[in-house]
Design a protein around this ligand. Structure first.
Ligand code: ATP
Length: 334
């Protein structure tokens, strides 16, 4: 069964355009001019129960607007949404008991009271029984290692501690579907790892479906087999992360550290006919060759035959860069 079904979904915002200058401001008082911003532009997709899907896109691509519609905060301009078998803004009360939401930049915990008091209030709001709470939250608290934080007021927690508590708060009613909007923003590497591990366990243990929005491609790589990529309100890719990397991340990166100074022109000439693109590395005397598939041995042998080398390192093209290139090219075919 599908946890999320979206068909031809659109959201337009009517935005006031203000005229410049004093005369413009005065004219604005009488006649206001508007423009339509198409934040989400005719998108369709489905997410199966138990899937973890990365919902990615540049700033302003329409990710948050989609999540707000899927969680019933915003009403679509047109299109059909079914989440957990319901229309999110029609069956509001029943619906919210089936989802958990974490917005990395906003808090659902009360600032001045102890974390466990917030949990207790949310438990009442979601009408969770003592037995259910003990069983499920006991595990969540253990997995997120937040036991020692429960009697502290939220304002005394670090960002990483608060985010772990936010996640727990979103799971009080053990929802089958979790929406995460930038859950690891601003967190240090260790906390990020802890949160990713937790989300994986949650998905494996309870089959929780997760729709994850993030700018951090390492979140996506750690958690998602599938990504939906958005650009200017439209879906430009929906498929496996693996296929995305195979199709657009072909080739390897070879970083050469030369024993003496070389020029781009010299390297270009040396590797002529091999389809190599050279870029200056960050350290002095380091040049990086972007080499098409299968070309590494020939490139390395040509360079090593003519130049004194201190080091060679071979890397895959990072997903971060693949995604950036796709956006720079402006389209994904297929
Ligand atoms: N309430 C609103 N009124 C007018 N325009 C809006 C509103 N909310 C969003 N928009 C516009 O809709 C477009 C999509 O915004 P949205 O916040 O969904 O993007 P996003 O992909 O979540 O971006 P970010 O990564 O920066 O959070 C943007 O052009 C934004 O300016």
């Amino acid at each position: 069964m599908n946890a999320i079904e979206v068909e031809h979904l659109r959201k337009e915002f009517k935005v006031h355009i203000s005229r410049s200058g004093l005369v413009g401001a005065f004219r604005d008082l009488w006649t206001r001019r508007y423009t339509l911003v198409r934040a989400v532009d005719d998108i369709s997709f489905a997410v199966k129960q138990g899937e973890i899907v990365g919902y990615i896109g540049e700033n302003g691509a329409g990710k948050s607007t989609t999540i707000k519609m899927l969680t019933g905060i915003l009403t679509p301009t047109s299109g059909r949404i079914v989440v957990n078998g319901m229309n999110p803004h029609k069956e509001r009360e029943k619906f919210v008991r089936t989802i958990g939401v974490v917005f990395g930049q906003r808090s659902q915990l009360w600032w001045d009271i102890a974390v466990q008091e917030s949990f207790r209030l949310l438990k009442k709001v979601y009408r969770v029984s003592d037995e259910q709470y003990r069983r499920h939250m006991g595990e969540v608290i253990e997995m997120l290692e937040i036991g020692p934080l429960l009697d502290k007021p939220v304002r005394k927690l670090s960002l990483g501690q608060r985010m772990r508590c936010e996640l727990a708060a979103a799971l009080i009613h053990n929802p089958p579907l979790l929406f995460l909007d930038e859950p690891t923003i601003g967190l240090d590497v260790l906390v990020k790892l802890n949160i990713r591990q937790f989300l994986k366990q949650l998905n494996e243990r309870y089959g929780t479906t997760i729709l994850l929005t993030t700018h951090d491609m390492s979140d996506i790589e750690a958690l998602c087999e599938r990504v939906i990529m958005l650009d200017e309100g439209k879906i430009i890719y929906d498929g496996s992360l693996e296929r995305l990397k195979e199709r657009w991340g072909q080739g390897k990166r070879v970083a050469f550290t030369f024993a003496e100074a070389v020029t781009a022109a010299f390297l270009q000439q040396l590797t002529e006919g091999l389809g190599v693109a050279w870029k200056k590395g960050e350290q002095s005397n380091v040049w990086v060759a972007h080499v098409p598939p299968g070309g590494v041995p020939e490139v390395v042998s040509r360079v090593a035959a003519r130049c004194a080398l201190q080091d060679i390192r071979i890397h895959e093209v990072p997903t971060e860069e693949i995604v950036r290139n796709i956006y720079e090219e402006g389209a994904v075919r297929g």
